[in-house]
Design a protein around this ligand. Structure first.
Ligand SMILES: Nc1ncnc2c1ncn2[C@@H]1O[C@H](COP(=O)(O)OP(=O)(O)O)[C@@H](O)[C@H]1O
Ligand SMILES: [Mg+2]
Length: 357
């Protein structure tokens, strides 16, 4: 139920048209309107700044300016009042342009009657409310997703350091004590024969723990930086997947070229992309490049594997949808960059992350 009159701003340089629109509005019995008239482009701009209107009716012809120019200015200024463009001529191209520019509706002056005007105003306001609600929930989701990624990173760091400081140290101490005990006894005693096989088992456990905590968060990243970490990761990758050659090019870039907050993002994108290559691509070569050109930083990971359909893989409707590609995209965008996935049947896969900096 409407509790107050709807506030209408009419930006219109012809007084006769102002009188006509006022009279059309007064004929609408279901709603009451309060109309404010801005008779020029300049006064329209001033009024819009007040941001106290529910709807703006904007004339296409405004002296030496036109309504679309004003509409662009309004959008630039972040004005969220819905705008209905009024024009004296039934010009389809103006109509299209108005919609592209963000107008909510387009009405031809000679054809407006009270029910048409009432419906156009009502729909425009409703649509803008729905859009604003959608924007707000998108913003909320973004925030949630960035908090989730931050939380995930801090948890990974915590678990990695506990594995390193606690479990890793305990296993090393046990292995050391057993080795020490073995050094003090004859090697063919029953107790020595029981203890000896534990050494390689413990060594294996120590290496596993190291592999897990390094995968969670390589301390190299904090200690030696992103370039050394990429180099180490690629060598590790090739050691584990010796059927895949890896060609690395970070030759021209310096550690100081990579902004500090991007280092972990780059590492996580590379980790996920190479993990996918190993799991799905059947590629025999991967090319990884990190380069800086004027004003931008670009990470490219390309494989010559079987490729896939990125649209399908990322589709919310896909029940097998993984999180890897989406999280790469999310990480790139949350850090101010963008990420593209170019892949097709048989043509390999290219992941490009790009940051302006
Ligand atoms: N480099 C690649 N080559 C071939 N297929 C890929 C590649 N990267 C991703 N895919 C496909 O995209 C899907 C989604 O990947 P991702 O989002 O990382 O989820 P997950 O790894 O959990 O399956 C994979 O299941 C795979 O089918
Ligand atoms: Mg994956």
């Amino acid at each position: 139920m409407q509790t107050r009159p709807l506030r209408v701003l009419l930006i219109e340089d012809d007084q006769d048209d102002y009188i006509l629109v006022s009279s059309l509005l007064s004929e609408i019995s279901s709603t009451s309107y309060e109309i404010e008239w801005a008779p020029s482009y300049e006064s329209g701009l001033e009024e819009i700044d007040r941001d106290s209107y529910d709807i703006c009716l904007l004339d296409y012809r405004l002296g030496s300016h036109n309504g679309l120019e004003l509409l662009h200015r309004m959008i630039e200024q972040g004005c969220r009042i819905p705008v209905i463009l009024l024009t004296g001529q039934g010009d389809y191209s103006v109509d299209l342009e108005a919609m592209k520019s963000g107008a909510s509706d387009y009405l031809v002056k000679g054809q407006i009657n009270p029910p048409l005007l009432e419906r156009s105003i009502r729909y425009s306001i409703e649509r803008r409310r729905a859009e604003d609600a959608l924007r707000a929930s998108e913003k909320q989701l973004r925030l949630l997703s960035s908090q989730l990624l931050k939380y995930q990173e801090s948890e990974r760091k915590r678990v990695a350091s506990e594995l390193h400081d606690d479990l890793g140290q305990i296993l090393t101490a046990v292995k050391f004590s057993i080795e020490n005990a073995l050094n003090h006894m004859e090697s063919d005693t029953p107790i020595s024969k029981t203890l000896q096989p534990l050494i390689p088992t413990l060594q294996h456990a120590i290496e596993e723990v190291r592999r897990i905590y390094t995968h969670l968060r390589p301390s190299l990243l904090d200690d030696l930086g992103i370039l050394a970490t990429i180099g180490w990761f690629c060598r590790e990758f090739h050691r584990l997947h010796d059927n895949i050659e890896i060609s690395l090019d970070t030759g021209k870039i310096k550690e100081s070229d990579v902004p500090e907050p991007l280092k972990l993002v780059i590492y996580r994108i590379m980790q996920e992309a190479l993990d996918n290559t190993a799991k799905f691509s059947s590629a025999d070569t991967v090319w990884l490049t990190l380069e800086r050109s004027e004003g931008s930083l670009m990470l490219t990971i390309r494989d010559n594997g079987i490729g896939f359909d990125p649209e399908e893989a990322l589709s919310v409707a896909n029940p097998k949808r993984g999180l890897g590609l989406a999280s790469m995209q999310e990480r790139a965008e949350l850090s101010g960059g963008s990420l593209t996935i170019d892949s097709g049947n048989g043509g390999g896969t290219t992941i490009k992350a790009h940051w302006p900096c």
